[in-house]
Design a protein around this ligand. Structure first.
Ligand SMILES: C=CC1=C(C)c2cc3[nH]c(cc4nc(cc5[nH]c(cc1n2)c(C)c5CCC(=O)O)C(CCC(=O)O)=C4C)c(C)c3C=C
Ligand SMILES: [Fe+2]
Length: 429
């Protein structure tokens, strides 16, 4: 068919617009998308629940986006929630095993947790459900389980502790709160729908029963999927584009950097798994916001607006750490965060950063209690987070604007096949 002329197209558009305007009480998908982005439109419908817009939302029709129906498989060679993009809502929870739970209790708990996570990740509801997430689909739900050092002592599995699951050494800038650190078991929940994420948290907490007690919990968030006009790297609460120079799943050494492999004997259960370093890092946002933009950019070594390195190019241009400005200064300052953190400055040490922002209200003096739930994934924490943090601790210009307030290291088993549960290879062999 021939393309319509511009005039014909305009006329057709106008006719369609008029037809829509005459439809009472009904807001069509086309009109919504014509006036706002898909995600914005979804918010409009939700915000109008009870009125005309809410009526349209509850009377059927096509979903506005695929956000709700997107499912991430629970089963696989690696656990979900490591390589998948970080979702809009995250909960991080650490549990301590109850005295006497032992290996048998821990195995039963992981069997229950895995079954519940599998059900919910597929968008189904567990038996006796309280219906918090009934209408929302799995919304990319992932649930990831990890074991802290204490897990092995309490299950009598001290002889199976992986060599690299040793306490993270202290750093001079640490201000750690032990009540928000460590833990026998770790659960990471991520979903693009906050109700789905909270529902999952409730289900898993109930399933813990008398076997495990909650030790700490942190709630995080990221930008909503579809909120930007094209897929973009996310921003943190300092306003920087964060995550650009992460290892990419397409890199040929990606798996070697992120996942444990080739272990035999007592550690073989961890093949296909990873190590998660969890640090709650407060941002000193009042001081940061007072720093002029050009100074903020020097602290990181990248432009704030588009994330381009100060050595030139666009966000994805490789950083040139040797570039010299016309005035003889380094384009990327000596203490710039990306210089000090780069693999090139740390003997190749690398990690996959997959973070959530957090905001826990304001302190009494009005200071925001906000920052980054920093999660680093690596095959070996000593050649990943620890090596890089040792350098950052001494030389990073960003240190003046952040404070590490909590810390934990977990061995995260590989994924499981249908009919198995996460950690089975450790607990039953
Ligand atoms: C020990 C590891 C790291 C900690 C702790 C850390 C904290 C932290 N980082 C930002 C903001 C940014 N970090 C960026 C890059 C970056 N950061 C780390 C490591 C840690 N960051 C690495 C390895 C890298 C990549 C370096 C490189 O190879 O170029 C960036 C730039 C964009 C990007 O590449 O992601 C930002 C921005 C904050 C705010 C923070 C603590 C709150
Ligand atoms: Fe960083």
């Amino acid at each position: 068919m021939k393309n319509p002329t511009t005039k014909q197209a305009k006329q057709a558009d106008e006719q369609a617009r008029q037809a829509e305007l005459t439809q009472p009480q009904e807001i069509t998908r086309r009109r919504l998308l014509g006036t706002a982005s898909a995600a914005g439109a979804a918010g409009l419908v939700a915000g109008g629940a009870g009125g005309a817009y809410g009526y349209a939302a509850t009377t059927g029709g096509d979903p506005l986006t695929s956000v709700g129906s997107t499912a991430v498989p629970f089963h696989g060679s690696h656990q979900a929630g490591i390589v998948d993009p970080a979702q809009a809502t995250g909960h991080l929870i650490a549990f301590d095993l109850a005295p006497g739970a032992g290996r048998k209790g821990a195995a039963a708990l992981l069997r229950r947790w895995s079954a519940a996570a599998e059900t919910m990740a597929a968008g189904r509801t567990p038996n006796g459900d309280n219906q918090i997430a009934l209408d929302a689909g799995p919304s990319s739900l992932t649930v990831t389980f990890g074991f802290g050092l204490g897990f092995f002592a309490k299950t009598g599995l001290q002889n199976r502790v992986p060599e690299n699951l040793a306490p993270i050494p202290p750093f001079s800038s640490d201000a750690l709160d032990p009540r928000l650190s460590d833990g026998d078991l770790w659960v990471q929940i991520g979903s693009d729908d906050a109700l789905v994420a909270f529902h999952t948290l409730r289900v898993l907490q109930k399933e813990a029963g008398d076997t495990a007690r909650l030790r700490w919990q942190m709630n995080g968030f990221n930008r909503a999927p579809g909120a930007t006009e094209r897929p973009r790297t996310g921003r943190n609460l300092m306003g920087q584009i964060d995550g650009t120079n992460n290892p990419k799943p397409t890199d040929k050494d990606f798996a070697a950097k992120v996942f444990v492999s080739g272990k035999s004997g007592a550690e073989s259960w961890l093949n296909g798994g990873s190590y998660a370093v969890v640090r709650r890092i407060r941002m000193l946002l009042d001081s940061w916001d007072h720093l002029p933009l050009d100074r903020q950019e020097m602290v990181i070594g990248r432009r704030k607006s588009d994330g381009a390195p100060l050595s030139g190019g666009t966000e994805t241009t490789p950083v040139d750490l040797n570039k010299i400005n016309k005035d003889g200064s380094l384009a990327i300052a000596g203490d710039a965060h990306i210089r000090v953190a780069a693999p090139a400055s740390n003997g190749g040490a690398a990690m996959l950063r997959r973070a959530f922002s957090y905001h826990d209200g304001y302190d009494q003096d009005g200071t925001p209690n906000a920052g980054l739930l920093f999660i680093a994934w690596q095959a070996d924490p000593f050649n990943g987070f620890i090596k890089v943090q040792q350098k950052l601790d001494r030389a990073d210009g960003l240190s003046r604007f952040i404070r590490h307030e909590s810390s934990a290291l977990f061995a995260v088993p590989g994924g499981c096949a249908p009919g198995e549960y996460v950690g089975q290879r450790l607990l039953e062999s």
